[in-house]
Design a protein around this ligand. Structure first.
Ligand SMILES: [Zn+2]
Length: 379
């Protein structure tokens, strides 16, 4: 059943410390401080909510960790799957002791797609070749925004994370490998005026092998036609680093962007709010971030973070900014306004104050390229 935002003007109470605030989600039951300082108890409360929700959508309730189960290893979850069980993303299973990918590999993917006219509302829009064209004619068809061109937007319908504030939660209704398709479906969908592909979702991390296969075939086609085709990923960054590196190479040489959305800098917050560790996300950010000087005029990497009132605040943004500065202070960082939806729909939208305080903090830490996205959502 869809969740509709509820009135967010009421004070809610943390079940552990009793603190009352507009910026506590009663739906998850605990405040940020308790997640950080009383993690085991806080996470247990949140996990009950998550498990119940995942069961509604027939998704595996927790990350499988069966001793002697087969290991997937394509993302940070490192599922160990018993015979007949599924990985956390539900796209991988164990058949007679063998790991079987039902979708998301080189052969079949679970996705939908549409065409987005450029310039789009993409998180990399202020920095990208298609929307600002600071890299004409190498990676862009025009000196200004590519009017008349479109982006092939590929929505991968599964996820490695389980964010309780998911902004695209509807994907959960369709995680069934029965409707998967080979990479060539997307390559055939490229129009003569398609100048970029963006893989998002859900999250492409759960089907990273499929996205790489699509990207390689699409690049081959574009190279034969001697034309520009930028390839971008918008991801939580949780895919296995070796696979993420392949994506980064493709993006680098095609004029595309890797957009990593860091949900939280604190791993406790990431685990509590998203069900998984941010370990791979931060590592991938670092590895790809170190390559931005290979293409300094057109950023290879854009980092974004959703400013969730009460949970992802100035302190979190400041720590993430320090981490990015340590890699390369020119890496673009986009702060996104939160819209109350899915489970955490009892929080207010991001305030102007929070957004501008976070912007100031990120700049203070030394980042030179910080931006507030979807500014119209601020109140
Ligand atoms: Zn509390």
């Amino acid at each position: 059943m869809p969740h509709f935002p509820v009135r967010s003007g009421a004070f809610k109470e943390c079940q552990l410390c009793g603190q009352r605030s507009l910026e506590i989600s009663a739906k998850i039951g605990v405040c940020k401080t308790c997640i950080l300082t009383n993690f085991e108890k806080a996470n247990a409360i949140i996990s009950r909510v998550r498990i119940k929700e995942r069961q509604k959508y027939s998704l595996p309730p927790t990350i499988p960790k069966t001793t002697k189960g087969v290991v997937c290893g394509d993302c940070v979850n490192a599922c160990k799957i018993a015979e007949g069980e599924f990985g956390y993303c539900k796209l991988v299973t164990n058949v007679a002791g063998q790991l079987v990918r039902l979708a998301g590999d080189e052969n079949r993917g679970l996705f939908s797609f549409y065409y987005d006219p450029l310039p789009t509302n993409c998180v990399a829009e202020p920095f990208c070749a298609g929307c600002t064209s600071n890299d004409f004619p190498t990676f862009s068809y025009s000196r200004g925004p590519e009017i008349g061109w479109n982006n092939l937007a590929v929505f991968y319908q599964a996820c490695t994370y389980d964010c309780l504030f998911c902004q695209n939660y509807q994907y959960r209704e369709g995680v069934t490998a029965a409707t998967s398709f080979p990479p060539k479906v997307l390559v055939n969908a490229l129009k003569t005026n398609t100048s970029c592909i963006c893989f998002f979702g859900g999250d492409p991390a759960a089907q990273i092998r499929h996205s790489i296969a699509v990207a390689n075939l699409a690049r081959e086609k574009a190279q034969k036609q001697k034309r520009i085709l930028r390839i971008c990923w918008e991801t939580n960054g949780s895919a296995r680093p070796a696979l993420m590196r392949e994506c980064a190479q493709i993006a680098l040489h095609s004029g595309g962007v890797i957009k990593i959305d860091i949900k939280a800098f604190s791993d406790k917050l990431n685990i509590a709010l998203c069900g998984s560790s941010n370990r791979f996300s931060l590592y991938n950010l670092k590895v790809i971030g170190k390559q931005v000087q290979k293409r300094p005029d057109l950023p290879l990497l854009v980092v974004s973070t959703l400013l969730i009132p009460g949970y992802i605040d100035v302190e979190e943004v400041r720590k993430l900014a320090q981490f990015i500065v340590g890699i390369d202070p020119t890496i673009p960082f986009s702060l996104l306004a939160f819209y109350p939806t899915f489970i955490m729909n009892d929080l207010p939208t991001t305030s102007k104050k929070l957004a501008f305080d976070c912007l100031a903090a990120a700049k203070e830490e030394g980042l030179s390229n910080v931006h507030i996205g979807n500014i119209h959502l601020l109140h």
